[in-house]
Design a protein around this ligand. Structure first.
Ligand code: GDP
Ligand code: MG
Length: 597
């Protein structure tokens, strides 16, 4: 296929605006799958993704489209994740394409991630085709949303394509727009190979698979490839494309996207963003890659059953193969034993990994409070990154601490604006801008990330009945008056519950956690003090009264089997507990304790 008949594009949208539905329609109308093969939402194929309605990993599909001009085009579609935590994955999908379809729900209008995604697409030099989706809905207001796209997003929307991805209305309009409005890729089939390593994952049968976008040159089965930055070389066993099933081909030329299977064993060798070239005739320069993703939220994961430690290591390794943005390193906790300190792109990313570990790998885990990365400047002149509040040295040894800030964009109906502004200022936010998009307010705030990681989304959603949209980007580090708050249960510090907070909120948070723990920790046979402290100073205290009666006491005598059942149930419950000195703390307490209301 000549380059002039190839188009590479991404679909970008705010969550729920119909990106996956549109992608499925495009696949269906290009006949890539028969109706029978066409499962709902092919691109969101991870079970968890389907349930949560989000796209976690970027996927790619090659479509064949006979256009109105009589020529047949190859359309490579890269799906992109819709959640802010995965902004990094969006940027690398965009780097592999020349253009984007911007899907906007015509009944909702422009939202926070619409803006964030467009800015990324503009950064990637994309041609953008606006698509107004859900025109079948009575609430659709095409003219209003068209105006919003022009005014707020700042791109022309005169020839926005009006569609209903659900009913299939005007899908051809989208396909024609792709062909006529997006630029074809450029590149020379005879040049030395330069292929951008866009993604990699682990296939249980084939091993590590890498997804590439060929920029220059040609890649053939049997070639010996070299990773330009990693320096490693491999023999290419298979080259292929996604139709959307993996389908081997003989070669991939410039402008094409496809996969390589080369018996790569370790994911460390396949840094996403690296350039793949040929070993014998290498390119002079690697491509401009993208910045590596940096985990911004860390927490400890510990097996409930200490015997699961190796299984946990193994499972984390497997997850990492499919998710280069996820990091982990071994950690020991006085309270929780052997486990791992894990880094995530955000709180949703953390929840997803946790859920996958429990569902796919059958692991029962305790997660410690999420923490951001603080920069500590020590009095001896050294600098350290703090990933774990439990590791914070004595304040006397610290000259100053810096914490990460974000710039957040929130769109919300006027009636909820008051509570959103209150929430932001409670979280030490600084208002940067407040404007209107139609009847909605758009507030731009700078916020410390540490105030956002625990429960900001949840609070925002409940305050606005789910109507607010939110997006953020990292916005540098700033010095701050931070302290470490320790939690003591029965006089024993529980390192896994330690957290860092601004001095002004330390006492309130400490008190809230103690009172939560009082409800979360089951009564024991003795009285327990639950305390919060900064250094040796106690800032909050609750007392959990003693339990008086044995659970089996009420089935005295008679029913032995009922008694046994109760005891067994109690034993089952114990497995989900952790022993701290003489006290058992249920797993659920660890995260729940840190959610603030
Ligand atoms: P994504 O989060 O952007 O991938 O959005 P989805 O494709 O998962 O769609 C979100 C919801 O909107 C789903 O319930 C879809 O069925 C629905 N939806 C998508 N497109 C349309 C449309 O054109 N009309 C209507 N009425 N609903 C749609
Ligand atoms: Mg989706």
């Amino acid at each position: 296929t000549p380059l002039s008949q190839i188009r590479n594009f991404s679909i970008i949208a705010h969550i729920d605006h119909g990106k996956s539905t549109l992608a499925d329609r495009l696949i269906q109308s290009c006949g890539a799958l028969t109706a029978r093969e066409m499962k709902d939402q092919i691109l969101d194929n991870m079970e968890l993704e389907q349930e949560r309605g989000i796209t976690i990993k970027a996927q790619t599909v090659r479509l064949t489209y006979p256009a109105k001009d009589g020529k047949t085009y190859i359309l490579n579609l890269m799906d992109t994740p819709g959640h802010v935590d995965f902004a990094y994955e969006v940027s690398r999908s965009l780097a592999a394409c020349e253009g984007s379809i911007l899907v906007v729900d015509a009944s909702q209008g422009v939202e926070a991630q619409t803006l964030a995604n467009v800015y990324q697409a503009i950064d990637a030099n994309h041609e953008i085709v606006p698509v107004l989706n859900k025109v079948d809905l009575p609430a659709a207001d095409v003219e209003r949303v068209r105006a919003q796209i022009e005014e707020v997003v700042g791109i022309p929307a005169d020839d926005a394509v009006e569609v209903s991805a659900k009913t299939g209305l005007n899908i051809e309009g989208v396909l024609e727009a792709l062909v006529t409005r997006l630029p074809p890729p450029e590149g020379n089939a005879e040049a030395p190979l330069q292929a951008l390593l866009v993604d990699s994952w682990y296939d249980p049968y084939l091993g590590v698979i890498i997804l590439v976008r060929i920029k220059e040159g040609t890649l053939r089965r049997g070639d010996k490839i070299r990773m330009m930055q990693a320096g490693s070389t491999y023999h290419v066993d298979q080259v292929g494309v996604f139709l959307p099933k993996m389908t081997p081909v003989d070669s991939l030329g410039p402008g094409e996207m496809g996969y390589i299977n080369a018996a790569i064993k370790t994911v460390a060798d396949v840094a996403v963003g690296d350039t793949v070239t040929l070993d014998r005739t290498p390119a002079a320069q690697p491509l401009a890659g993208f910045k590596p993703s940096i985990p911004v939220v860390w927490c400890g994961l510990f097996p409930i059953d200490a015997d699961d430690f190796e299984k946990l290591r193994d499972s984390l390794g497997k997850l990492r193969l499919n998710d280069a943005s996820f990091h982990f390193e071994a950690e020991t906790s006085a309270a929780l034993g052997f486990g791992f300190r894990c880094g995530f792109l955000g709180l949703l990313h953390l929840e997803i990994i946790q859920e996958r570990l429990s569902r796919e790998f059958n692991l029962d885990l305790i997660a410690t409070a999420p923490s951001v990365v603080y920069k500590m400047h020590m009095t001896d002149g050294t600098q350290e990154d703090l990933h774990n509040p439990a590791d914070m040295p004595d304040l006397a040894k610290i000259e100053k601490i810096e914490e990460p800030w974000i710039k957040a964009t929130i769109l919300v109906q006027d009636e909820y604006l008051g509570s959103v502004l209150t929430l932001c200022s409670e979280r030490r936010g600084i208002q940067m801008d407040l404007t209107y998009v139609g009847n909605r307010a758009m507030a731009v705030y700078r916020l410390p990330l540490n105030e956002v990681v625990f429960d900001f989304y949840d609070r925002l959603k409940s305050l606005t009945r789910g109507y607010a949209s939110f997006d953020y980007q990292m916005d540098g580090y700033e010095e701050s008056d931070l302290v470490r708050i320790s939690i003591l249960v029965n006089q024993e510090p529980v390192d896994a519950l330690a957290f860092v907070a601004h001095r002004t909120v330390a006492e309130t948070r400490g008190r809230a956690i103690c009172s939560k723990l009082k409800d979360l920790i089951p009564r024991q046979l003795f009285k327990i003090a639950i305390q919060a402290s900064i250094g040796s100073r106690i800032i909050a205290r609750e007392t959990l009264g003693a339990l008086s009666k044995d659970v089996t006491a009420k089935c005295y005598g008679g029913d032995i089997s009922r008694k046994r059942k109760l005891l067994e149930k109690q034993k089952e419950g114990k497995k989900r507990m952790r022993q701290f000195g003489k006290v058992e703390i249920p797993q659920s307490a660890f995260l729940a304790a840190l959610k603030m209301d």
